[in-house]
Design a protein around this ligand. Structure first.
Ligand code: URA
Length: 199
């Protein structure tokens, strides 16, 4: 099964690396497809690559990424062991602007393919942009964070984007409770041992 997932992942990735469907392709250094474990029970979805990600071709490797790694570690997750990390758009929007609705829509088939291959039980939207592109243009992070929405067999939730937490540390308490809720959901679904949910 993992071999099949790997083949499908590599196939989708190779199409993505050649993609020129939207103007973001013109200015990218590298496509940032996503990385993590193909059997991960949980997928985190950010907005789009920043400067460091564009240079390295890997998601969340700049300052926000370092915070994300620490957030994941706090609940026993890591991109090496049990988490998948993707973005709404796979190419850096110039100056780190928000991707447009059209850019997001052009790129969405890649995220759909990633979800279809990994089949995570939980999808965590990181920030307002991921919330809008995944749950719809009217969805707001302030209302969705801390909630669980079941859609097509996936449990979807949201928390603040780590870059937003770097800008405004006063939200860290809420983000911490979101992380605890993700850990509790993983335990409830039998995806991590219950005892590790209590520690
Ligand atoms: N911000 C994102 O949304 N994604 C990345 O990969 C890096 C920073």
């Amino acid at each position: 099964m993992v071999k099949d997932k790997l083949e499908r992942w590599n196939q989708a990735k190779s199409v993505c690396l050649r993609c020129s469907a939207c103007p973001l392709a013109d200015r990218r250094t590298k496509v940032v497809f996503g990385e993590g474990v193909l059997t991960a029970p949980v997928m985190f979805v950010g907005e789009g690559p920043g400067e460091q990600e564009d240079l390295q071709g890997r998601p969340f490797v700049g300052p926000a990424g370092q915070l994300l790694d620490r957030m994941l570690a706090a609940i026993g997750l890591s991109r090496d062991q049990n988490a998948m990390i993707c973005n709404i758009v796979k190419c850096r929007p110039p100056g780190n602007r928000e991707p447009t609705a059209e850019e997001g829509a052009q790129c969405l088939p890649f995220l759909r393919a990633q979800v279809d291959i990994v089949r995570p039980r939980i999808i965590v939207c990181l920030g307002a942009t991921a919330v809008r592109h995944i749950l719809g243009p009217e969805a707001r992070i302030t209302r969705v964070r801390g909630q669980w929405i079941e859609r097509k067999g996936f449990w979807i939730t949201a928390t603040y984007h780590p870059a937003a937490l770097l800008r405004d540390a006063s939200r860290k308490g809420q983000a911490w409770s979101d992380l605890q809720a993700i850990r509790a959901k993983l335990a409830e679904l039998g995806l991590i041992p219950p005892e590790s949910a209590d520690t």
